[in-house]
Write a protein that binds this ligand. Structure first.
Ligand code: HPA
Length: 284
């Protein structure tokens, strides 16, 4: 089955959110593993459990509470997706990315995506934050894409451009914010694998050879749909574990969640700063 969800189903999900808030969000925030507490910073919050939104993918992973929070953060109306679904949980790519389609239908201008990622770049340490400059769509190269199937032209083009998936203007803004706050913000390429097993040391050496700096199991499908739908994208990876290129360490989900505690304050400062200085004019 190529098309699991139709436009009508995406619209039903969007309508369920509209019915629960008078606020019109402008910017979406997707919170990754262990990073969900950022949602608590939102003021005048209208909080909607994922289970109240038709077709919304439930997350089965620890560290991912499923809800949508709409409210105010640094003078912007934001829609926060707390808890994301992953392909490895058994969801189709269309369902994994349904929240992004819903953001498009709700008229959002941009989405800020965050994730927990493993380092491939040996300079990165747990707790570091990497600004995503580009990604390697490893799953997409193998034909696993949320855009597979007949194209819904009212959402976007059959062959969407991916040459500037991560918006240049927003990246410059994030770098300025980091400099103002005295925060080190690395830059690099994110690669998404299917998971759920972590990488072998040989996997990691291979990923390093092809130019990746950080590895995770999310984000790329969402960014693909966001760009298809014309949303601008800004992405941050919180580095939860050091590059294990020689197999001398192990990686656990507990470690990923623990690193989130160090990453959240940095990411909060970055995202707050970006929202505070967000360009007044809506850009294409
Ligand atoms: N690999 C893949 N995904 C991850 C990792 C990792 O090392 N850390 C956090 N998410």
């Amino acid at each position: 089955m190529e098309v699991e969800l139709t436009r009508a189903q995406f619209e039903a999900a969007a309508a369920a959110i509209r019915a629960r808030t008078p606020q019109q969000p402008r910017i979406g925030l997707v919170l990754g593993s262990g990073l969900g507490s950022l949602a608590e910073a939102v003021g005048q919050a209208d909080s909607i459990p994922a289970s109240d939104i038709p077709h919304w993918p439930g997350s089965t992973v620890e560290g991912h509470v499923g809800r949508v929070v709409i409210g105010q953060l640094e003078g912007q109306t934001v829609l926060v997706q707390q808890g994301r679904a992953h392909h490895y949980e058994g969801h189709s790519m269309q369902r994994v990315t349904l929240p992004i389609r819903v953001m498009q239908l709700l008229g959002l201008e941009a989405v800020i995506v965050t994730n927990a990622a493993g380092a491939i770049n040996p300079d990165f340490r747990p707790g570091d934050v990497m600004l995503i400059t580009d990604h390697i769509n490893f799953m997409g190269m193998a034909g696993v894409s949320p855009l597979r199937g007949p194209n819904e032209a009212s959402f976007g083009p059959r062959f969407p451009d991916m040459s500037q998936a991560y918006d240049r203007g927003l990246r410059s803004l994030a770098l300025e914010v980091a400099a103002q706050a005295g925060l080190t913000l690395y830059q690099g390429v994110y690669v998404c694998l299917g998971g759920p097993s972590f990488e072998t040391p040989a996997d990691l050496r291979f990923l390093r050879l092809i130019g990746a700096d950080a590895v995770g199991m999310s984000t790329v499908p969402e960014v693909t749909v966001a760009r298809h739908g014309g949303l601008r994208v800004l992405g941050f990876s919180g580095i939860s574990n050091a590059a294990n290129l020689d197999g001398s360490t192990t990686t656990t989900h507990e470690e990923v969640l623990a690193a989130g505690q160090n990453i959240v304050p940095k990411l909060t400062a970055l995202i707050r700063g970006v929202l505070r200085q967000w360009p007044a004019q809506r850009q294409a």
